[in-house]
Design a protein around this ligand. Structure first.
Ligand code: GLY
Length: 344
């Protein structure tokens, strides 16, 4: 069992191990969480893991309820969020009860935002079931919702009490979802940990638990330095400035998050090269890696510029971007928004 401590405003552990779901109840009890839990999940994930999660909780003496919504990024809306709150308040949920976010990034972000806001905040446990959620979104306390105007435009920082990454869950992940998470893994290699890229380049079958651990260790260090995204944490945004714009322009159902990030990383590297900031070596290195995971190296720019102009990291005419000249050496720089909008 690997345990990574997150030193944020609320301290907690990320535990990584195959088969961990069965220990959800005992671990929640050890933390002294309240006696009533609401599992928030989507239909697809709950069909696979809902019964095991609920059994683990009831076996440990918890009273359990669940709220499910249809899977997909298009559900990360104010409307679904409202339904979760109506459910919790309708069931007379109290401040000593807790939520369990069982699913990928959409479930984690939405359930986390519900936990942060219902009754002015209740505890929650993240059970990330996708590679993307295990290596990135479940760690560090970002919660949020999309608006028609853009991705993650509503949200807050709210740390969970515990993150349980059961790597067995990755076995049922469709290839496209695994690839989506792999884009975030590759991003981690580009900005902070070149060993990740070396492993992916050398291994016929990558060691998923090792990759989850490596990415979480890197992210734990970043979050400890900058929990609220005012500095170093923005490095994790590498590829996301363009990526979020592609996702929004595609209506959130044309590309997975990872596909948009993959193309966004490549676009950022092309932008760097064209502005004399280096990155050609990384472009050459990432191309075969992304192609191996069926991730796009370029996406249509149509409509994306409008969304890019609404980037959360924008301050006036400037936007702070993450760039990388060589692997493991990401850095931040503020550039005029207009220079990014010229992207083809
Ligand atoms: N997913 C980027 C972050 O957590 O800051």
């Amino acid at each position: 069992m690997t345990t990574i401590h997150i030193a944020a405003s609320r301290e907690y552990d990320v535990v990584i191990e195959p088969g961990l779901l069965t220990r959800l109840g005992t671990m929640a009890a050890e933390l002294g969480l309240g006696r009533r839990a609401a599992v928030i999940s989507d239909d697809a994930v709950f069909a696979l893991y809902g019964a095991a999660a609920e059994k683990a909780l009831t076996d440990a003496g918890f009273q359990v309820d669940h709220f499910l919504f249809p899977h997909g990024e298009q559900q990360k809306t104010l409307s679904t969020y409202g339904q979760v709150l109506n459910f919790l308040c309708g069931r007379r949920f109290t401040r000593s009860d807790f939520l369990v976010a069982l699913g990928g990034g959409v479930v984690g972000d939405l359930a986390g935002f519900a936990a942060a806001t219902v009754l002015r905040g209740v505890d929650f446990v993240q059970i990330p079931t996708t590679l993307l959620a295990q290596v990135d979104s479940s760690v560090g306390g970002k919660t949020g919702l999309d608006l028609p105007e853009g991705k993650n435009l509503i949200g807050c920082f709210y740390q969970p009490s515990l993150v349980l990454a059961d790597t067995d869950c990755l076995e049922t992940l469709p290839r496209r979802q695994l690839s989506s998470g792999m884009a975030e893994v590759i991003k981690c290699g580009v900005i902070g940990d070149e060993e990740i890229l070396r492993h992916l380049e050398a291994a016929a079958e990558p060691e998923l638990p090792w990759l989850v651990e490596r990415c979480c260790r890197y992210k734990a260090a970043v979050v400890a330095r900058d929990e609220r995204d005012g500095g170093d944490r923005r490095l994790l945004n590498f590829g996301h400035t363009f990526g979020h714009a592609y996702e929004a322009a595609g209506g959130y159902d044309s590309y997975t998050h990872g596909e948009a990030v993959a193309a966004g990383m490549m676009q950022m590297l092309r932008w760097q090269v064209s502005h004399g900031l280096g990155g050609q070596e990384l472009l050459d290195r990432l191309t075969p890696l992304l192609e191996r995971w069926e991730l796009p190296v370029r996406l249509p720019w149509d409509g994306a510029a409008d969304y890019l102009a609404r980037d959360k990291k924008r301050a006036g005419d400037q936007v702070t971007i993450a760039v990388a000249q060589r692997a493991g050496a990401g850095r931040l720089m503020a550039v005029p928004l207009a220079s990014l909008l010229e992207a083809e």
